[in-house]
Write a protein that binds this ligand. Structure first.
Ligand SMILES: NC(=O)c1ccc[n+]([C@@H]2O[C@H](COP(=O)([O-])OP(=O)(O)OC[C@H]3O[C@@H](n4cnc5c(N)ncnc54)[C@H](O)[C@@H]3O)[C@@H](O)[C@H]2O)c1
Ligand SMILES: [Zn+2]
Length: 409
C-alpha cells in the first residue's frame, strides 16, 4: 500500500469561569480572557443574545455596549448585538442561522475575532454552529444563561442545529475559547427552566458521582425553593463532572459508541420530537432517566432501593417522569409515533451498534447493547402509575414488578 500516514495532534484548553455580573464594566473577566490571547488588540466581537434573556434583562444590550466602551483598548464591538429567538425555535429555523452568519460577515469578523453568545442551550448551539462554520471557525465565548446550559451544554464541545426533523442533525465539534457562567442570569428563569436543567445534574450524578446524588437529595427542597446558593453549588459540580468527562473520558469528539453523558437521551430526544418541543430538553431528559433507570430495575441490574431513590429525587425536584406521548403507539415498536423508534434513531446516530447506558447502582453505569422492548413497555406502564399517584409507593415490592420481564427475557 502506498500511503502517507498523517498524525494530526491538536490540544484544546479552555476555562469554564464562574462570576456574577459579567457585563458590569467593573468585572474584568471577559476583558482579561480576550486580552490573554497574543493577538493584536483590540479584538473585534459580535454579541448574539437570546431574545428571552434580552426581554428578562432589558438593559443587557446597553450594558454590553458600555462594557465594550469601558474596555475599548481590548474590545471592539464590530456590530450591534443580534437578538435571536430563544428556545428550540432557534435551532429549527434556518433563517436564524443565516442571520448570525450575515451579522458575522457584515461585521467583517476574522478568525481572530469573537462571537460572544449569551443565552440558553439552544441559542448557544446555533450561535456556536454559526461561529464554527464561518471562516472555518471564529472564536466563541459562551455565556450560558439557563441552568441546563451552565451545568451541561455550555461547558461542552458540541454545537448544532436541527434538520430533517432530527435533533442536532447538523453540527460540529468545536471547543469554545472560554465559557462564563454568570449565576445572576438564572434569577429570571421560569420555574420550568430553573428546575429542568437539574435533570442533567441528576444524570451526571447517576453516572459518575453517588455523593453528588446524595447532596441533590439533601438539597432538593432548597433547589425547588430557588435558593441561589444551593443552585450555584449544583451548577458548579455538574459542570465540573461534565467537563472532566469530556477532557478525560477518552472520546471528546464522540468517535466511539459509548456515551455516558447521553444517559436517558435516546428517549429524551424522541420525546422532544413527539411533543413538537412542548417538552423542554431538560424535562425530556428527566423522563428518559426515569425510563432507563426503571428498565435497569425491571431487568434486574439496579436494586429496588436505588431505583426508588432515583424516582423519588426526580419527583422531589418537580421534574416530570411521564408524558402521554411516552405511552402511545408502543405496538408495533416502529410505529411512526412510538417513543421506541428512538432506539433505532439512536443506533443510527451512533453509527451502527446500539449502545444504551444502564445503571448497576447510583454512580455506577454500564453499556448495554441488547434492549428488550417488552421491558421498556413495562417500564413505561410503571412510570405512568407512579406519575398518576405522585409517589413510588404505588408500586409494590420488587418481584411483583420484575417477574414478567425476568421470566420473558
Ligand atoms: N451542545 C450540547 O452539548 C448540548 C447538551 C445538552 C443540551 N443541548 C441543547 O440545549 C437546548 C436546551 O437548552 P436550555 O435548557 O438552556 O433551554 P433553551 O435554550 O431552549 O431556553 C429555554 C427558554 O429560556 C429562555 N431563557 C434563557 N435564558 C434565560 C434567562 N436567563 N432568563 C429568562 N429566560 C431565559 C429562552 O429564551 C427560552 O425561551 C436543547 O436544544 C438541547 O438539545 C446541547
Ligand atoms: Zn442533554
Amino acid at each position: 500500500m502506498d500511503a502517507i500516514r498523517q498524525h494530526v495532534r491538536v490540544t484544546f484548553s479552555f476555562p469554564v469561569c464562574f462570576t456574577t455580573g459579567v457585563f458590569d464594566p467593573g468585572n474584568r473577566l471577559l476583558r482579561d480572557l480576550i486580552a490573554d490571547t497574543d493577538d493584536p488588540k483590540p479584538a473585534s466581537l459580535v454579541c448574539v443574545i437570546d431574545a428571552g434573556v434580552a426581554a428578562a434583562h432589558p438593559s443587557l444590550v446597553a450594558q454590553v455596549d458600555a462594557y465594550c466602551a469601558a474596555h475599548a483598548d481590548v474590545l471592539h464591538l464590530a456590530a450591534d448585538a443580534l437578538i435571536v429567538p430563544g428556545g428550540e425555535a432557534a435551532k429549527n429555523d434556518p433563517a436564524i442561522l443565516a442571520s448570525i452568519h450575515e451579522r458575522i460577515h457584515a461585521a467583517a469578523l476574522c478568525r481572530h475575532s469573537y462571537v460572544v453568545a449569551v443565552g440558553g442551550g439552544a441559542v448557544l448551539d446555533v450561535a456556536g454552529y454559526a461561529a464554527a462554520t464561518a471562516h472555518r471557525g471564529i472564536r466563541l465565548i459562551r455565556v450560558p444563561t439557563t441552568v441546563l446550559s451552565q451545568d451541561d451544554s455550555g461547558v461542552g464541545v458540541k454545537n448544532g442545529v436541527n434538520g430533517f426533523g432530527t435533533k442536532n442533525y447538523f453540527g460540529t465539534f468545536a471547543p469554545p475559547t472560554a465559557v462564563i457562567n454568570d449565576v445572576a442570569f438564572l434569577t429570571t428563569l421560569e420555574d420550568r427552566d430553573w428546575l429542568g436543567g437539574l435533570s442533567e445534574a441528576v444524570k451526571v450524578a447517576l453516572v459518575k458521582d453517588a455523593a453528588f446524588f446524595a447532596d441533590l437529595e439533601r438539597d432538593a427542597a432548597r433547589l425547588v425553593a430557588r435558593d441561589p446558593e444551593a443552585m450555584r453549588a449544583v451548577v458548579r459540580r455538574s459542570a465540573l463532572l461534565h467537563a472532566t468527562h469530556i477532557s478525560n473520558g477518552g472520546d471528546p469528539f464522540e468517535l466511539g459508541t459509548s456515551r455516558p453523558l447521553d444517559f436517558g437521551h435516546w428517549a429524551a430526544h424522541r420525546l422532544e420530537q413527539l411533543t413538537h418541543h412542548a417538552l423542554r430538553h431538560g424535562e425530556a431528559v428527566a423522563i428518559g432517566l426515569a425510563l432507563d433507570c426503571t428498565y435497569s430495575y425491571l431487568t434486574g441490574t439496579l436494586a429496588e432501593q436505588d431505583w426508588r431513590r432515583v424516582l423519588d429525587l426526580l419527583i422531589a425536584l418537580r421534574l416530570p417522569i411521564y408524558t402521554p406521548e411516552l405511552g402511545r403507539h408502543l405496538d408495533p415498536p416502529d410505529h411512526p409515533a412510538s417513543v421506541l423508534r428512538g432506539l433505532a434513531e439512536f443506533r443510527e446516530h451512533l453509527g451502527g451498534r446500539l449502545t444504551i447506558l444502564l445503571l448497576r447502582s447510583i454512580g455506577d453505569a454500564f453499556d448495554a447493547h441488547d434492549i428488550e422492548t417488552e421491558g421498556m413497555i413495562r417500564g413505561i406502564e410503571v412510570l405512568q402509575q407512579i406519575a398518576a399517584a405522585g409517589s413510588t409507593s404505588v408500586i409494590g415490592p420488587r418481584l411483583q414488578v420484575a417477574a414478567s420481564i425476568r421470566g420473558s427475557s
